[in-house]
Design a protein around this ligand. Structure first.
Ligand code: HSE
Length: 402
């Protein structure tokens, strides 16, 4: 028998209890031992809940209980999750988490403690929700040198962009609808400004390089400035707008960024729509591979946490190595990267835009007072300088990814 404790009885935490109970036959069989939920930590009471008698309010009850060998941290946020996780690992209890904030901030330190104490810190649910991308990188692609990872890593923004594309609606309108439906948080900043995707690509980049990629150093741009007008041109050009978390190994270091990109229909992530996530991995022996599924939501995320619980139960007293050291990875300067850009400008500024970016391709739609333009490939710093000089003649620019 392996006792499991759940920290935080919110959406994901209650999902974890549900998955362990409802799928107990297969979960226990695959773990090789009977798994059961012993305690649930939460500040609140849950009268009438089938597991109300498991709810405790003092973390020390869990910490001191020798039956509890695995803890699921589904609280979110750094405090007090960090203190609880550290204390648990120092006691030799394995911790499985969905908390990308904590993993991105303290991953190497917590992994080092787990190694020292012969237990495990697992975080499959922190990136891509239910998609097994962490396990794929850690266990399945271990023969590979990973050259790049590009992901649609945030369900909320992918939903918003998909709706803008399909319905021709503006950002604010779709965001309000998404909030009404409960897809977007009341405070959607972390999603729409790209901060959530930034934590996630920091984690994937660290696993790709084996070094620590600090999320604070990753260039991050959200989707709030994209308008229905930009989609009119994207559609006319047969393209989609997606926000990517991207990380590539280059000669000058790891090129990591979060930003909206325009992609054509043959790009592998083109068909990843609505709240779905997709992660495209390029590695040196396998080549290209792609992982797709539900990146958020109660049961998909809880399933990933419980998958980690099973892995921890199979490895009690044994640390499974994770390729992620505390040494900081060198990041490449994004301003040196060459690519093409989509520019939307005032119709009367056409001559200026063509002079600034000669040789590109126009997208003209009759009867509009703006026009679209794809530049030739150029370095980001050169583009930025010329774009800034156009002042209010231009409305928007979106990077093109091929
Ligand atoms: N807010 C996140 C999303 C939840 O929309 O993808 C999952 O991390």
């Amino acid at each position: 028998m392996v006792g499991v404790a759940v920290l935080g009885y919110g959406t994901v935490g209650s999902g974890v209890v549900e998955v362990i109970e409802q799928n107990n036959d297969v979960v226990s069989a695959r773990a090789g031992e009977k798994l059961y939920v012993k305690h649930i930590l939460d500040l609140r009471e849950f009268p009438g809940d089938p597991y109300e008698n498991k709810v405790v309010h003092d973390f020390n009850i869990i910490l001191e209980d020798e039956d509890v060998q695995i803890i699921c941290e589904t609280m979110g946020g750094v405090k007090p999750a960090y203190d609880f996780t550290k204390a648990a690992l120092l006691k030799g209890k394995s911790v499985c988490t969905s908390n990308k904030e904590l993993v991105a901030n303290h991953g190497p330190e917590l992994l080092a403690i787990a190694k020292e104490k012969n237990c495990n810190y697992m975080f499959e649910a922190s990136v891509g929700g239910g998609i097994p991308i962490i396990r794929t990188i850690n266990n399945a692609l271990t023969a590979e040198k990973i050259e790049g990872i590009t992901g649609i890593l945030n369900g909320t923004t992918n939903y918003i962009l998909t709706k803008m594309d399909k319905e021709g609606a503006d950002f604010a309108e779709v965001l309000a609808k998404a909030q009404e439906l409960g897809y977007a948080e009341r405070n959607p900043e972390a999603d729409v400004e790209g901060y959530d995707a930034c934590r996630k690509i920091a984690i994937l980049s660290s696993l790709m390089t084996g070094k620590n990629v600090k999320y604070e150093n990753i260039y991050t741009e959200g989707i709030t400035k994209i308008t229905a007008d930009d989609f009119v041109y994207a559609k006319a050009a047969g393209m989609a707008v997606k926000i990517f978390g991207m990380s590539k190994n280059t000669e000058n270091g790891t090129l990591a960024m979060v930003a909206p990109f325009m992609i054509s229909a043959d790009y592998p992530l083109y068909m990843v729509n609505d709240v779905f996530n997709g992660v495209f991995v390029r590695s040196n022996m396998l080549g290209d591979s792609m992982y797709y599924g539900r990146g958020a939501g109660k049961l998909p995320t809880a399933s990933a946490v419980v998958g980690d619980v099973v892995e921890c139960a199979r490895n009690l007293g044994n640390n499974v190595p994770v390729f992620w050291d505390a040494e900081e990875a060198k990041l490449a300067d994004i301003s040196e990267v060459s690519r093409s850009y989509f520019v939307r400008a005032k119709a009367e500024a056409k001559a200026d835009v063509l002079a600034a970016f000669p040789g590109g391709e126009e997208v003209v739609i009759e009867g509009r007072n703006d026009f679209g333009y794809f530049t030739l490939e150029m370095k980001e710093k050169d583009f930025a300088e010329k774009y800034a000089a156009l002042g209010d003649k231009v409305f928007m620019r979106i990077r093109v990814e091929k």
